[in-house]
Design a protein around this ligand. Structure first.
Ligand SMILES: [Ca+2]
Ligand SMILES: [Ca+2]
Ligand SMILES: [Ca+2]
Length: 1003
């Protein structure tokens, strides 16, 4: 990811610009206070944190803490390249926060790749079973991990076949006539996984036994089986609805040595201290980078207080005084833990002694509820009323805040009305002090694990939100590699978050005004970017709400690699959240899941209309959320009953908080999808408009039940007419229905503007078939998750002769990547409107990622390639590979440092007659590209010098731009044969008067 926000690399020494050989306006450095600059390195142990004596990453934290109180400018911490192997998470709190309006910035040193790494590197592999090609290496006995990565590629826990037949569930055991399981070793490490409807459930085994009649009996951990089958947690509202899927079948059996039978699978024998691995072709375990993650979290940014959980009205610390108190449970009215205490006698009181700075009183409000006097430490501080027009559960009827942190006693005395009804108290144990004003930029967070499922299983609620296995069955989040609790103005930009055993990044516990922008989040076992909570719905104190956060311009893919219910972007209760211009793709369940609470905020009349026998009705603070201009694609690859954008629960009341908006999104390529825009139970106050829906099954919008209400669905574009709505007070205006790819200009504009904007787009030499730059006409379908080796495991296909796929690109060459197979025929290819002839895509056997057609040597400039199906059953497009030329003005080229200037119309033969130039040593330029190679093509001259080259964070040495006379458009550096995918090139000025950048070619 290339970010244009690189600031002030001039941390590094500046030189005075030499004679100005350029025409044009010289750059004016921004007038900002000079930051304090510190350095850390993986082997650093200095205390000055200077570039020559860098600190360790924890040493630099100490240094920052000593500086923040006197901040008069930002503190920039540069992390030098290499692996920071963390023994515990880097934990930052209020004492590490920017002060006096300034920020603390943790950034990658230009051209280098610092990796916060939570793994142990495994070496010492030797052949263990030569017949099966299984290798093993020693690890410390007791090492716990659920993931392994080989050369940055995720290995698969040894796994049996999908949907194995012959199993019968009896009690908590799956039995089969197959005798092979009975020979499995380490039975308690073996897990049974069930992907069922929208949930994944998994349980470890207690044992494997041989039944009386022979075969094998997989005996599940009984507590886990209860939680996933016989007593599935469904603790009051917000709830997960009727007809919960249960763990009642086997999708696959996982994690036995005896299942290690496929290249790329591993098995960790924790007790014995060995990891076993079956290498993929081309992997050499004597040289491979094998990473066994052991850390759950790499970065923990936490303010205070932490997570707040209400105490129930049954807490033994609560004293009820008076004659009329009663205890009422199982009312099914939405009470906290489904119970309350109530009294009818004026003068009855309840008191609770707590330690903290504030407290909320949760109570029912209703027409028969009355007045309450509130006393704090013996002094009356408020008179409040619990009277309401209709019954609402879990209302904050009284709230005290800003107290000195100490022991206090709150007492509530009934003064009027028929009832007061006490449901619980939420204590704020300390001052609300966020961690704040910290930025993380250009860092890599990689290699984490999360081991809890190894002992208690995976007890799914939905979308990566679980139930705790303990008796409280509290909501549980999958932990994230990058975790923020109660942050404010925390910014993440240009980071890579990858190869995680849990979620990528999580903004939790009332994090506010924080931003996850322009990051690359991929290959996670859990979710991508998560924001908000599921159990703070009742809040009225805005200082504790999750508000004002942004998730934008991110590339999020291949989430849920282990936990298939996890999603790319998730939001719980959030207010004024913006989720915009993200590319979210290749997910096992929904792409985005926004909101929580099902029909809890919907009126009882609607709950009755839905067929609910009780009305559990309260309020939630969500609202004003904006889901804009995202490209969500290739979703629902494994589970069912979700979609690219799934919404759940209410979005405010339509009055006090702004309507939420779902607009400008391109939602396409969906599998197992019943509703593409899926406004589920309780979704309300959505203004859903100007979205484009194409490719894949299901209604273009679906709102199945009457608790969904007050939505306005209009001005969308879809390739199907079917939609469904049983929603209340909701208008659906039929989409503009488009067939054959003939999208009207307004829809084309939505498509073009969806996903990350230009500054966040890699320079593209390799476009997957789902790129919005490719226009398909005719009857194309898209299929993902084929498991056949397609580029990104998905491609477009058509059966109709004459259907076209068209790409306009700037460059000198292009290849069409597609499948060849027995059922494929001829395609005709046009370049700039001229037929290049027919090309045969038939083959005796299936061959994936084939270059179906290739052109090179085109004149530099813009060209259009069109592929037309002419014969055979199928034509496929898996992607395009472009040899592209990018001018120095391309938005994604990021110039770092203060001396850069733009010089156009020089008349010196520059590409497009312009260049960028820097005069300060240390100033740098970074390009991120997808492809297999890159070249720097620029001027050489007498006033130019050495340029340091870094590719993917590794130094490539220097190149020399010095020449005896000026020559335009010289190839100064070239790399080729790179692994197809994303790469980063950084060029840094070392010597000479100028560093000049004219053009990059990507191939
Ligand atoms: Ca209660
Ligand atoms: Ca593809
Ligand atoms: Ca140029």
């Amino acid at each position: 990811m290339t970010i244009s926000l690189w600031r002030r690399a001039a941390a590094l020494a500046a030189t005075t610009a030499g004679a100005l050989l350029f025409t044009g306006v010289a750059p004016t450095p921004a007038a900002a206070a000079t930051p304090t600059v510190l350095y850390a390195s993986p082997g650093g142990s200095g205390s000055t944190c200077s570039i020559s004596a860098p600190c360790s990453v924890t040493g630099v934290q100490t240094k920052v803490q000593g500086l923040v109180s006197g901040m008069s400018a930002d503190i920039d911490v540069y992390l030098r390249g290499g692996a920071y192997r963390l023994a515990s998470a880097l934990s930052l709190g209020p004492a590490d926060s920017g002060q006096n309006g300034h920020k603390v910035v943790y950034a990658a040193y230009p051209g280098e790749k610092p990796v916060l790494n939570g793994a142990r590197q495994i070496t010492g592999f030797s052949v263990y079973d030569s017949t099966k090609n299984i290798y093993r290496a020693p690890v410390s006995a007791g090492t716990q991990s659920r993931q392994l990565f080989v050369n940055g590629v995720r290995a698969q826990r040894a796994r049996g076949p999908l949907n194995p037949s012959g199993f019968t569930l009896t009690g908590s055991a799956f039995t089969t006539a197959d005798t092979s399981y009975a020979s499995f070793t380490n039975a308690s490490s073996v897990e049974v996984v069930d992907d069922n409807a929208w949930k994944q459930m998994r349980c470890p085994l207690a044992s494997i036994t041989v039944p009386a009649g022979g075969g094998s009996s997989l005996n599940l951990n009984p507590a886990c089986f209860a939680n996933n089958n016989t007593a599935v947690p469904n603790r009051g509202f917000p709830f997960n609805g009727a007809g919960l899927p249960k763990l009642d079948a086997i999708t696959y059996v996982e994690n036995a040595y005896q299942l290690l039978d496929t290249p790329g699978e591993f098995y960790l024998d924790s007790a014995a201290g060995f990891v076993y691995y079956m290498p993929r072709s081309g992997e050499n375990l004597s040289t491979a980078d094998v990473e066994l993650p052991t850390q759950q979290t790499l970065l923990n940014v936490s303010g205070t207080p932490g997570h707040l959980t209400p105490v129930n009205d049954t807490d033994p610390g609560i004293t009820y005084t008076g004659s009329s108190w009663g205890y009422f449970s199982a009312r099914s009215l939405g009470d906290l833990y489904d119970d309350v205490h109530g009294t009818t006698a004026n003068g009855d009181s309840v008191s609770y002694t707590f330690t903290g700075t504030g407290i909320d009183v949760l109570a029912e409000t209703n027409s028969d509820q009355g007045g309450i006097d509130v006393y704090l430490d013996g002094t009356k501080v408020q008179s409040v009323s619990a009277t309401g027009t209709s019954r609402l559960a879990q209302q904050v009827v009284a709230s005290v805040s800003g107290l000195t942190q100490a022991q206090h006693t709150i007492k509530l005395v009934k003064t009027s009305g028929t009832w007061i009804t006490i449901d619980g108290f939420t204590v704020v144990p300390g001052a609300i002090t966020p961690a704040h004003d910290i930025t993380f930029q250009g860092l890599t967070f990689a290699y984490t694990t999360w081991t809890l499922p190894s002992t208690v299983g995976y007890i799914d609620n939905q979308a990566g939100i679980l139930w705790d296995a303990g008796s409280s069955h509290a909501p549980l989040r999958i932990p994230a590699a990058v975790q923020v609790h109660r942050g404010s103005n925390i910014t993440f930009t240009g980071n890579e978050i990858a190869h995680n055993g849990g979620t990528g990044i999580d903004l939790a516990d009332g994090t506010q005004n924080s931003s996850v922008a322009g990051n690359w989040i991929h290959d996670t076992s859990g979710g991508g970017a998560y924001v908000g909570e599921v159990d703070d719905y009742y809040l009225t104190d805005t200082s504790r709400m999750t508000t004002g956060d942004t998730v934008s311009e991110n590339w999020i893919s291949q989430v849920g690699q282990d936990y298939s219910d996890a999603v790319g972007v998730w939001a719980g209760y959030t207010r004024n959240l913006t989720v915009s211009h993200n590319d979210v793709g290749h997910t096992p369940y929904s792409g985005m899941s926004i909101g929580w609470g099902w029909g809890y905020a919907s009126p009882c009349s609607m709950q009755a209309a839905q067929g609910l026998k009780t009305c559990e009705h309260g309020t939630i603070y969500a609202g004003g959320n904006q889901i804009l201009d995202n490209h969500v694609h290739d979703v629902m690859n494994i589970l069912n009953d979700g979609g690219p954008v799934y919404t759940n629960g209410g979005q405010g009341d339509g009055n006090g908080s702004a309507t939420s908006v779902l607009s400008g999104n391109l939602l396409e390529i969906t599998n197992h999808t019943n509703q593409v825009i899926y406004h589920d139970e309780g979704s309300s106050y959505w203004n859903t408009h100007d979205n484009v829906i194409r490719l894949g099954g299901g209604n273009w919008v679906g709102m199945w039940t009457p608790t969904i209400h007050d939505n306005y669905i209009h001005d969308n574009f879809a390739d199907r007419s079917n939609w469904g709505s049983n929603a209340t007070n909701t208008t659906v205006v039929q989409s503009t229905i488009v067939s054959g790819g003939a999208w009207p200009s307004a829809a084309q504009a939505i498509i073009a503007a969806s996903g990350p904007e230009a500054a966040y787009q890699p320079l593209n030499g390799l476009l997957d078939d789902d790129s919005t730059a490719i226009a398909y006409t005719g009857s194309w379908s898209a299929s993902g998750n084929r498991g056949l080796g397609d580029l990104n495991d998905a491609l477009h296909a058509t059966t109709v002769n004459g259907d076209t796929a068209t790409l306009t690109f700037t460059g000198t060459g292009v290849s069409v990547i597609g499948e060849k197979n027995t059922d494929q025929g001829q395609v005709e290819v046009f370049i700039d409107g001229t037929s290049q002839g027919l090309f045969d895509t038939s083959a005796p056997t299936r061959q994936v990622q084939q270059s179906v057609y290739s052109a090179s040597g085109l004149p530099v400039g813009s060209h259009t390639i069109q592929v037309v199906k002419r014969s055979g059953n199928f034509t496929t497009v898996d992607g395009f590979e472009v040899a592209g030329s990018y001018n120095d003005t391309a938005p994604a080229i990021a110039y770092a440092g203060t001396s850069w200037g733009y010089f156009g119309s020089r008349g010196l033969g520059d590409y497009q007659d312009d260049v960028h130039a820097a005069s300060s040593n240390g100033d740098s330029v970074t390009v991120t590209f997808t492809g297999t190679g890159i070249s720097l093509i620029t001027e050489t001259n007498t006033d130019e010098g050495q340029i340091a080259v870094s590719l993917d964070g590794a130094s490539q040495g220097t190149v020399n731009a010095n020449a005896s006379t000026r020559h335009a458009q010289q190839t100064l550096y070239s790399a080729s044969g790179l692994a197809p995918g994303r790469h980063t090139l950084t060029l840094t000025k070392v010597t000479g008067t100028f560093l000049v950048i004219d053009r990059f070619d990507i191939h």
